[in-house]
Design a protein around this ligand. Structure first.
Ligand code: FES
Ligand SMILES: [Fe+2]
Length: 355
């Protein structure tokens, strides 16, 4: 399985990492992570270069790790600092270390070309720290499904009426057209449902009973971060598309970590402009999200099982697939770009092209 590697992925919530050596599998690589004595995080290849024992089974010596088999010791940059029984430390005795960055209680990791890792490229949004908004971490949901299928679900507003009828959708939106556009690296799929019954979520958090205008904007930041902007306002407000802050607005964030070909972790959280001083609302929103995301998990895992069986005929694509199709195309282009190194144009082309 090939992954897009030159990207920051979420490795963990900050709360998942402490002084202990803990193994994480990210893009099919085993990585040991732990908090150093200065509080920052080290991330190393979880495999001793000697007999391949996972370093996570070793012991910490200060900020170094001593392998649990023959005691070779590696510092937090992966450099070997001790080989019991010999004094020379050959340069081949090392483990890979990964750039890690922590922000807003989230740990980001880079497994691609090291020189391309720039923390300024890490996903962020101003509402994380805006006092008019509240950011609240949810869970780490494990799905036995390929990350691209999970990501597709997150650029697909059309499934909501059918998969989440009690929480995020209802029948009023079944036939409302989905719009799709791209903004740089981001694919946006959205729709407005005007003058319709409120969904369960905003009956509960907003107290809407009369008809509302409601929206769903799905922003998929390739390769695997999704922000779902959804909300409601009284139909009588006649909200314009860019006035969504005036309504009850919630961003559901999904950070997808590809674990292996058929295993993905969705660390989800939300940021909201409603009930921001109400901690109980955070918990009851999470309870609703858990219902909804379990519904997605059930669908995606069942699809994965079918995908893994021999194909009898080609699947079909329909009108609402535009967002997912743009996503698939982007991912294969990114993987292709990483797989090849284009030397043709530098420093001077050695050919003349005739059209
Ligand atoms: S396997 Fe690690 S020192 Fe031998
Ligand atoms: Fe869903």
């Amino acid at each position: 399985m090939e992954f897009v590697r030159n990207a920051w992925y979420v490795a963990a919530w900050s709360s998942e990492i402490d002084d202990d050596l803990r193994r994480f599998t990210i893009l099919d690589e085993h990585i040991v992570m732990y908090r150093k004595t200065d509080g920052t995080i080290a991330a190393l290849e979880d495999r001793c270069p000697h007999r391949l024992l996972p370093l996570s089974l070793g012991t910490r010596k200060g900020d170094d790790i001593q392998c649990g088999y023959h005691g070779m010791t590696f510092d937090c940059d992966g450099k070997c600092v001790r080989i019991p029984g010999q004094s020379n430390l050959p340069s081949s005795a090392y483990v890979v270390s990964y750039p890690v960055h922590e922000r807003h209680g989230i740990v980001w990791i880079w497994t691609g070309d090291r020189e391309k890792a720039d923390p300024d490229d890490i996903f962020d949004m101003p509402e994380f720290t805006d006092p008019d908004w509240l950011a609240h971490h949810g869970d780490a949901l494990h799905l036995k499904a390929n990350y691209m299928n999970v990501a597709e679900n997150l650029v697909d507003p059309a499934h909501v009426s059918f998969v989440h009828p009690t929480t995020l959708g209802n029948a009023a939106s079944e036939n409302v057209p989905v719009h799709v556009s791209t903004e740089g690296e981001t694919i946006v799929a959205w729709r407005w449902i005007r003058d319709a019954e409120p969904i369960g979520f905003f009956r509960k958090f907003g107290g809407f009973t009369d008809n509302v205008d409601r929206w769903h904007y799905y922003y998929l930041h390739t390769p695997s971060i999704a922000v779902i902007d959804f909300g409601s306002a009284p139909t009588t407000d006649n909200l314009a598309e860019d006035e969504r802050n005036k309504g009850n607005r919630i961003f559901a964030l999904h950070f997808l970590t590809p674990v292996t070909r058929d295993h993905t972790i969705d660390r989800w959280m939300h940021i909201r402009n409603t009930a921001i001083d109400d901690e109980a609302a955070s918990e009851s929103m999470d309870a609703m999200f858990r219902i909804a995301f379990q519904e997605d998990k059930d669908v995606l895992e069942a699809i994965q099982q079918e995908e893994d069986r021999p194909a009898k005929r080609r699947p079909i694509r329909i009108a609402i697939d535009k967002g997912p199709m743009v996503y698939r195309k982007r991912i294969s282009e990114l993987i292709e770009k990483e797989r090849t190194q284009d030397l043709a144009s530098s420093p001077t082309p050695a050919y003349v092209y005739h059209d």
